[in-house]
Design a protein around this ligand. Structure first.
Ligand code: WT7
Length: 637
């Protein structure tokens, strides 16, 4: 399939960029022409950032799975759509051709239909990284159900919050999941969560680990039994649901600076165009290439660059069940060699952890198939960038540093592999359709180069979030009100002398731990639930592997226990409330927190203490009790 919107030179990039901003309607209309629509749009773009209201391809109808699957069948039905690699190197890989994946999705779509799932219903998916996860997601999209994938590391409590917020009527899960040396009892966690959810009528369970599970009569159905009843021919012949371009495709919950995660909503048409456009251009995907994105489908990276981007492009996408260091820290390299991976897309935290395992593990693998190395999720430090380039890419691969967010649907700022230059630690230039700008605290634009500020975007691109589920006001408040008329990313950035952007990290109360977004308020709420905890404040601090670690300052007046036991117990509470990813790396018991006279915690000071920058604490005279700071410093971990 010829991709008319593939950019292949700097000149073409600059021209596309100019055209996309001068005449977005013509530009994106042209890009969108290459997809399969059931009906074309009446207008390409209507928008204002005040409400906000953004509509792309209004009036158009489509089903995204016809673009991921059906349209490839005549030409490449027998080519591999999906390669699955097990957690264990001893278990055989699985491969699905486009024909096979299409069939599997049609069959499970039929299961959903017979379970009463219809367009607009919400279905939560809580599974390990098995092919059936991809099938479940696409089957939801096929029948028009709004999927909400919940990362398998979240606790029952977090699952329940998300299921309730979305008012999901069904769950698709597994008995358990393998992740490295661990088995996660997913179904048992669902059972616990569902004690607090009454919207859920049906639970489908794919058996992966064969652990014992309880089945609830009238609610729980085994995947294998359900698909056994489907007439395959009928399933294939049942048309995909007709969706409006602006109908929601999925909800994905993400943490913000307040306590409650918000459900970011993406819609069918714009998201499809954006993931395809960014996938093909940033990675410069070529027909026949194998694309290995190591993220979990529970995060936006997995949605956009394991599933929708690669599949709309007709690529071979690789889905890996395990983790980079199991059984050894060369598991990625083994997989790259075994499947002749062309594009590897991973996170700086994974790169740093593999780097710390020593060079032998990577030097034993030549990996001649590799062409493009992508990074995403957090700022990449120079050392990790160079190691990725030299050790993994053997100096022969392009590195693309792709900056984006759950809310942006796909990449916004990145170099285009071998087309525009890379610059270590810089995401470099915006993609066509993306107009970044830097503002100061008061919202005044910072012009010129060699400047830094808060990163905003001026106009909508097709993949921008449309709302936060059930609470449009929150969407407005969070992203469109800080700087009226602009989308605010929550990130700080620097612009160099050539206009390249370097993302320096979050400027709000959001942490980025191992590439996962963690809201400080959420963790504090969890810690505060622990018996004896009076109050807590958490901040990030630089961590060699995770990028940021979590430092908790806790006021505790409970039973006397030794610090180690207490820290352990507090983290158990965090695991129970949120999940193990939010555990604190350091917990310091303090007698008070630095507060202003109005009672606001001065996080700036705590951040400096956690970072060890004790000389630059700044002005502490406005504190209610400035001596508090000294006592916290003395107890520093
Ligand atoms: C935040 C978004 C988008 C996929 C994974 C994370 C940080 C993301 C980069 C990058 C520097 C990056 C930002 C952003 N981030 N990519 N290439 N360089 N920082 O999605 O959970 O929505 O987090 O991740 O701080 O705001 P997310």
């Amino acid at each position: 399939m010829h991709n008319p919107s593939l950019i292949t030179s700097i000149e073409a990039r600059n021209q596309a960029y100019r055209e996309s901003l001068e005449n977005p309607e013509e530009f994106w209309g042209h890009v969108a022409d290459q997809f399969t629509w059931k009906r074309k749009w009446d207008s390409v773009l209507d928008w204002n950032f005040e409400e906000p209201n953004v509509r792309w391809f209004d009036g158009a109808q489509l089903n995204i799975t016809e673009n991921c699957l059906d349209r490839h069948l005549p030409e490449r039905g027998d080519e591999i759509a999906l390669i699955w690699e097990s957690n264990s190197p001893n278990e055989e890989s699985k491969k699905y051709t486009y024909n096979e994946l299409h069939e599997a999705v049609c069959v499970f779509a039929q299961v959903l239909r017979s379970g009463g799932i219809k367009k607009g219903d919400r279905v939560c998916i809580y599974m390990g990284m098995v092919p059936e996860l991809a099938i479940a997601v696409l089957a939801c999209a096929r029948v028009g159900a709004i999927h909400s994938v919940i990362f398998g590391g979240f606790s029952a409590h977090s699952v329940a919050d998300r299921v309730n917020d979305a008012q999901a009527t069904a769950i698709i899960t597994c008995d358990g999941a393998y992740r490295g040396a661990k088995d996660i009892p997913l179904k048992a966690i669902i059972d616990e969560a569902l004690q607090h959810c009454n919207s859920v009528k049906t639970v489908w369970i794919y058996e992966r680990t064969n652990i014992e599970i309880e089945l609830k009569e009238g609610r729980d159905i085994l995947w294998k039994q359900a698909i056994a009843h489907v007439n395959i021919q009928e399933a294939i012949n049942t048309p995909a649901e007709t969706m409006e371009a602006e109908d929601p495709l999925f909800i994905l919950y993400t943490s913000g600076s307040t306590g409650k995660p918000k459900g970011v909503v993406h819609t069918c048409g714009g998201y499809m165009v954006w993931t395809h456009y960014t996938f093909t251009n940033a990675f410069q995907y070529q027909r026949g290439w194998v694309h290995f994105c190591t993220a979990d489908i529970g995060w936006i990276t997995g949605h956009s660059y394991i599933l929708y981007g690669p599949l709309t492009a007709g690529a071979t996408t690789l889905l890996f069940e395990g983790i980079p260091t199991y059984p050894n820290p060369d598991r990625f390299w083994e997989i790259v060699e075994k499947h002749n991976v062309d594009i590897l897309y991973t996170a700086p935290t994974a790169i740093r952890s593999l780097m710390s395992a020593g060079n032998d593990w990577v030097m034993n693998h030549k990996m001649p198939s590799l062409k493009v190395l992508g990074t995403v999720g957090e700022p990449i430090n120079e050392e990790a960038w160079q190691w990725y380039h030299k050790m993994v890419g053997k100096g022969n691969c392009e590195i693309v540093d792709t900056w984006w967010q759950t809310e942006t649907g796909g990449v916004l700022i990145s170099n285009l592999a071998a087309v525009t230059p890379s610059k270590p630690t810089f995401a470099t230039l915006p993609l066509p359709g993306v107009e970044p700008l830097l503002v100061d605290e008061n919202g005044n634009e910072i012009f010129g180069n060699n400047v830094s500020g808060n990163l905003c975007i001026r106009k909508p691109w097709p993949g921008i979030l449309r709302t936060t589920w059930g609470d449009h006001e929150r969407c407005k408040q969070t992203y469109f009100s800080t700087y009226p008329g602009l989308y605010f990313t929550g990130d700080g950035a620097l612009r160099d002398e050539n206009g390249n952007y370097r993302i320096t990290g979050r400027v709000d109360d959001v942490l980025n731990v191992s590439g996962h977004r963690i809201g400080t308020a959420e963790v504090e709420n969890a810690i505060n639930l622990h018996t004896g905890v009076i109050e807590s404040a958490i901040v990030g601090y630089p961590h060699d592997i995770k990028g940021q670690g979590i430092y908790a300052f806790v006021i505790y007046q409970g039973l006397e226990t030794d610090l180690r036991t207490l820290s352990h117990q507090i983290n158990e509470t965090v695991s129970r409330e949120i999940g193990a990813i939010a555990k604190a790396d350091k917990i310091q018991i303090v007698s008070g927190l630095p507060k202003t006279r109005s009672g606001k915690i001065m996080r700036r000071i705590l951040r400096k203490i956690a970072e060890g920058e004790l000389e630059s604490l700044g002005d502490t005279s406005t504190l209610l009790d400035p001596s508090m700071v000294d006592s916290i410093i003395q107890g520093r971990l």
